[in-house]
Design a protein around this ligand. Structure first.
Ligand code: ZN
Length: 423
């Protein structure tokens, strides 16, 4: 299907600056264009009072964890992780994660996310569900152990099998060692080599807590950032979640290597880990993106809330109303994410020839009205409910608030059964 979208307001981001333009937009197959192709038949859509923007890119999540939403809150970190979350993960059968992934994707789509970067625990379930939902995914099986080819092998094998079975235009795979305290330096080094050989990106959790940094300093005499730099893990194909506890030259190293930092403000706050020095990282020129993390530590996958929190938290920390502007934060969730995924000018933008991953927000709704500044609205007043229609790779997955790829009655039924049996 090809679409001619008229009367809409388009969010255009160029060279770090965002503007709103009223003009027609064409969707030819899975590509965007500003020019009509006379040889093509279009379905015309009237987008009066709609803001059309690139779909949001959630750069760090664990989609299967949606089943743990609101399950273990306001408890000590050790209780949260070891007594509440991990035992459920251990009890869950693999195929349960198919349904909990679909629940996550429904929330993502309804709140305007079109691409997610995932680290998961349940073989094949994330790509299976993402395929069914029509989501664009960068998916990684969480890897642990000391050696990728011995104690880490069963998970690595699953990671590679998923890539071989599911890789497509909308589904890519990313090697995902869990963290420096669960995956040893040798395994990290092996991951880099494998990712280069296979043309994959690599991601990990890094410097999330004070304990992680102190343990690393004790064990290796280096910060987690220095440790990963020294084994060659950090480059422009590296995606690092958290980076909250920066020490010494850590931020300079991140800048020099070209690694991307994904900040997860709700998760870091909820688990009492503090706030990443995002303003300082921005000043150094590090590529910054936003993620929600999983539902156990957030408890939502709503990128609008995450963008709002990010801006407000750092304004508060720095006692400055000018840091983390709405424009900067919207860029984090769109163009910067596309850069990290090596999809610059293809994802995260509305421009000639870009991929048709776009969302339609209703401007005639109280949280968006009056239209004093739609870019501000995205960061400060929108809550995600304004998203009415979502297109991924040229296909609608939600149209006029109706989910087209996910049967929610079935998802609620299956998730209820899982909760009853395993939580
Ligand atoms: Zn995480």
């Amino acid at each position: 299907m090809n679409y001619k979208i008229i009367n809409g307001k388009l969010l255009i981001s160029e060279n770090g600056h965002i503007r709103i333009e009223e003009k027609d937009l064409y969707v030819n197959g899975n590509k965007l264009s500003f020019a009509e192709d006379k040889s093509v038949t279009y379905e015309t859509m009237d987008a009066s009072h709609k803001l059309i923007m690139p779909g949001l890119i959630n750069m760090h999540t664990h989609a299967y964890m949606s089943v743990l939403r609101n399950y273990a809150d306001d408890v000590d970190f050790g209780e949260w992780l070891f007594n509440r979350c991990m035992p459920v993960e251990d009890r869950l059968p693999k195929d349960a994660a198919y349904w909990t992934n679909l629940l996550a994707f429904a929330e993502m789509i309804k709140s305007g996310t079109t691409t997610f970067v995932d680290m998961h625990m349940f073989h094949r379930q994330s790509p299976l569900a993402a395929g069914a939902a029509g989501m664009r995914g960068y998916i990684g099986r969480g890897l642990v152990g000391e050696d990728l080819y011995t104690d880490g092998y069963s998970r690595f094998k699953e990671a590679i099998e998923e890539k071989e079975e599911f890789e497509s235009d909308t589904m890519k795979f990313i090697l995902s060692p869990h963290a420096i305290y669960s995956a040893g330096p040798k395994l990290m080094e092996q991951v880099v080599k494998e990712s280069k050989d296979r043309g994959m990106l690599h991601q990990t959790h890094l410097s999330e807590s004070v304990t992680e940094v102190e343990d690393c300093l004790k064990k290796y005499g280096k910060t987690p950032v220095e440790l990963l730099r020294d084994i060659g893990f950090l480059d422009d194909e590296t995606i690092l979640a958290h980076c909250v506890q920066m020490r010494g030259d850590d931020m300079d190293i991140l800048k020099e290597t070209g690694a991307t930092v994904v900040t997860n403000p709700a998760s870091n706050a909820k688990l009492g880990n503090g706030f990443a020095p995002i303003k300082e990282m921005e000043e150094k020129g590090i590529n910054l993106c936003v993620g929600t993390d999983g539902c156990a530590s957030n408890n939502t996958l709503n990128m609008f809330r995450e963008m709002g929190l990010l801006s407000l938290i750092h304004k508060g920390i720095h006692k400055s109303s000018t840091v983390m502007s709405a424009e900067a934060v919207v860029n984090f969730a769109t163009v910067n994410a596309a850069k990290a995924l090596h999809m610059e000018d293809k994802l995260g933008v509305i421009k000639e020839g870009a991929i048709a991953d776009i969302i339609f927000l209703n401007l005639r709704t109280p949280s968006m009205y009056p239209e004093n500044n739609p870019i501000s609205a995205l960061c400060y007043s929108a809550n995600g409910s304004e998203v009415e229609s979502v297109m991924i790779n040229g296909k609608f997955v939600m149209k006029d608030n109706v989910l087209l790829t996910i049967d929610m009655d079935k998802v609620y039924y299956e998730v209820d059964k899982i909760v009853e049996k395993y939580l």
